[in-house]
Design a binder for this molecule. Structure first.
Ligand code: RFL
Ligand code: PHB
Length: 403
């Protein structure tokens, strides 16, 4: 058995784990990351595209902002189109100057991996049999296999950044955690293509045929999504069928501008709202998708992960630099306050913009629910106060001060 020692063991090298590791290292707090798959596999997952200002600031604090600041695009607004109507949410005007940044999760992850390697920080990729031990005791440790060798990582604290399917959350005994969940009866079929986007801002579209989203990664790379039944398969969507259906769901002017081309990635993601409470157990702290999932409609998943990272990072700095050993007790309470804001916003946006194919939604028949949601859209989009409510949440609620 190989024994290694660090201050903070981080489980998972997704954006949460990598960003936390970089921030801690900058403050002189040692950390080691253990990741189940290879770095290439992590980079192959196409996910988020929209970063809130809080996330951008945190990346800058970590000193990994050079490429993001050069290649990321600031978006001042986005469109919501429904049943022939179209509204622009002018984020900048409605929030006194706030905006979001369009820069792919893949790019951020790649930048963080490069920075970690350049700083000489250790990551064990392709680790198996990861087990968190003695989490409520004084000497927690993580055991795992790496390159056929049994390893033991002794540490002070464990950050569970291992996503929804990881081991960290399940380490908290079932009777000590509460899980809140809403699974939606549809998924998003996503396509990435090297074609110019139909617009220079995102368009969220509600139609009788279901939801669609026109997004992008750059001026030459588009990301589109279609709402599809949960039972659907990627094989049912050859490129030409995808483009045809997208055209039918986009507003006419955007459809006319649509440039099609071969897909370079195509996948279906189920939609889920999920929160695990509390987000800590002894010396274990859950971060990002390990603790909560949102449907992507509000562009909040990665951004909530970033606010967890920020909270845990600041509390760990207080613990190590000010010997404030009680600081970390506040983690779950602080993190969950912001998480529930993001959960509610994402759930609300998902309800308003999708076509539910369940017989019953929210205790009423589908047609009645649909009328409520149309009325909700009419109400919020037709006056500035309503638009402000959307804009304020889309750019992201402020991070709580930690003193
Ligand atoms: P990740 O990215 O899932 O990373 C977890 C890592 O942990 C590893 N792991 C393990 N490691 C060791 N031992 C184990 N037993 C392990 N089990 C798992 C995994 O291999 C993985 O590398 O979680 P993290 O870091 O918390 O990051 C969360 C984000 O990935 C996620 O919230 C966002 O992608 C959500 N999301 C979006 N968020 C936004 O803020 N804005 C968006 O525009 C946005 N769009 C999206 C999205 C997610 C999507 N999908 C596919 C769910 C669009 C889509 C389609
Ligand atoms: C994306 O570009 O992948 C994206 C953008 C906004 C969302 C969800 C996904 O709400």
């Amino acid at each position: 058995m190989r024994t290694i020692k660090t201050q903070v063991a981080i489980i998972g090298a997704g954006p949460s784990g990598l960003l936390l590791g970089q921030l801690l290292a900058k403050q002189g707090i040692e950390n080691i990351i253990i990741e189940r798959v290879s770095a290439d596999y992590v980079l192959g997952r196409i996910r988020a595209g929209i970063l809130e200002q809080g996330f951008v600031d945190l990346v800058r604090e970590a000193g990994v902002n050079e490429r993001m600041d050069k290649e990321g695009h600031v978006h001042d607004g986005f469109d919501i189109a429904y049943y022939g109507k179209r509204f622009r949410i002018d984020l900048k005007a409605l929030t006194a100057g706030k905006t979001v940044m369009c820069y792919g999760q893949t790019e951020i992850t790649s930048d963080l991996m490069d920075a970690r390697r350049d700083s000489g920080l250790t990551t064990y990729y392709e680790a198996s049999d990861v087990v968190l031990n003695d989490v409520t005791g004084d000497s927690p440790y993580v055991t795992f296999k790496h390159n056929g060798e049994d390893c033991r990582l002794d540490c002070n604290y464990i950050a569970g950044c291992d996503g929804f399917h990881g081991v960290s959350r399940k380490t908290i005994p079932a009777d000590k955690r509460t899980e809140h969940e809403r699974a939606y009866p549809f998924g998003w079929l996503g396509v990435l293509s090297d074609t110019p986007p139909v617009s220079n801002e995102l368009i969220y579209c509600k139609t009788e045929r279901g939801f669609a989203l026109a997004s992008m990664r750059s001026s030459s790379r588009s990301r589109y999504y279609l709402q599809v039944p949960l039972s659907d398969k990627v094989e049912n969507w050859p490129d030409d069928i995808f483009w045809e259906e997208l055209k039918l769901r986009l507003p006419p002017d955007a459809a006319a501008r649509l440039v099609t081309g071969p897909s370079i990635e195509k996948s279906i993601a189920p939609l889920r709202s999920f929160v695990c409470e509390p987000m800590q157990w002894g010396k274990l702290f859950l971060v990002g998708d390990a603790a909560h999932i949102v449907p992507p409609t509000g562009a909040k998943g990665l951004n909530l992960a970033a606010s967890d990272v920020s909270t845990l990072y600041k509390l760990l700095v207080k613990t190590y630099q000010q010997q404030d050993l009680d600081a970390l007790q506040r983690y779950s309470e602080i993190a969950l306050r912001r998480v529930w804001h993001g959960e509610r916003f994402s759930w609300w946006m998902s309800n308003m913009l999708h076509d539910f194919d369940e017989q019953q939604v929210g205790g009423m028949d589908k047609a009645t629910f649909e009328r409520f949601m149309r009325s909700e859209l009419d109400f919020f989009l037709n006056h500035e106060e309503g638009q402000k409510v959307i804009a304020r949440q889309y750019v992201g609620m402020p991070y709580e001060q930690i003193d």
